[in-house]
Design a protein. Structure first.
Ligand code: PGA
Length: 247
């Protein structure tokens, strides 16, 4: 199974559902439809209405983050996994670099993963090195640390997807070379196997993915799909990525 996950970030109002309607219409008619899943993470404000609307359709709705407490707490503006599940979210991103840079620590991330899984949310756990770590050839050790500090064998690996997003690539148009990416993805899968003691969860790539560069990414069979930011805000761009992937 391949995944195409659209991360809307701070984008979208109720009528933006038109974008998802077009993607859904494409998906149900696509001859490759059984090979992949489409998930979109709109902002919190849209999760309930979009989840209701897409309940019996192809697209799944997820959240971009969740708070590290299970149900209710006195933290202003926090939204827990329980609350997300109660309005129909099926997935949540955890550890996106935007949130790591705002202070998410490994121990907070571990709690987020734990409570998300406990509340039946599937977790898309994001990891990635920054520009200076890459320059200093620390990519592989950084990724290993990010994975081993948070993920544990007791977590249900079937409900975890890992998204490798090099920070220097997010929103910049810069992407790793095929050789780099293959090496990194294999490394991530190896670390995941050592944590879970069996097959690795799916590993996605994210960072400036578009309809053109997906032609290169699709050659790397170890990559199980994509986390797509900018290009997920346009139905045409998002559909082009899927079309070109299977072309
Ligand atoms: P991008 O964002 O596709 O705009 O680079 C990816 C992400 O941050 O998830």
């Amino acid at each position: 199974m391949r995944y195409f996950i659209g991360n809307w970030k701070m984008f979208g109002v109720p009528k933006s559902i038109n974008i998802l309607n077009k993607i859904n219409a494409f998906h149900i008619k696509d001859k490759n439809r059984k090979k992949y899943r489409v998930i979109v993470t709109p902002p919190y404000t849209l999760i309930e209405s979009y989840s209701k609307y897409f309940k019996y359709k192809k697209i799944s709705i997820g959240s971009q983050n969740c708070y590290q407490k299970e149900q209710f707490s006195s933290n202003t503006a926090a939204v827990s996994p329980y609350m997300l599940r109660s309005v129909g979210a099926k997935y949540t991103l955890i550890g996106h670099s935007d949130n790591r840079s705002e202070g998410d620590t490994d121990s907070m991330l571990k709690d987020k993963v734990k409570y998300a899984l406990k509340n039946n949310l599937k977790v898309v756990f994001c990891i990635g090195e920054n520009k200076s770590e890459k320059k200093n050839k620390r990519t592989l050790s950084v990724l290993k640390r990010q994975l081993t500090k948070v993920l544990e064998k007791k977590f249900n690996k079937n409900n975890i997807i890992v998204a490798y997003e090099p920070i220097w690539s997010i929103g910049t148009g810069k992407i790793p070379t095929a050789i780099e990416l293959q090496k990194t993805t294999l490394h991530i899968k190896k670390v995941l196997k050592s944590i879970f003691k069996k097959n690795s969860p799916s590993v996605l790539y994210g960072g400036s993915v578009d309809g053109r560069n997906v032609e290169m990414f699709k050659e790397i069979k170890e990559i199980d799909g994509f986390l797509i930011g900018g290009a997920s805000k346009s139905s045409k761009k998002f559909i082009d990525i899927i079309k070109n992937y299977y072309r």
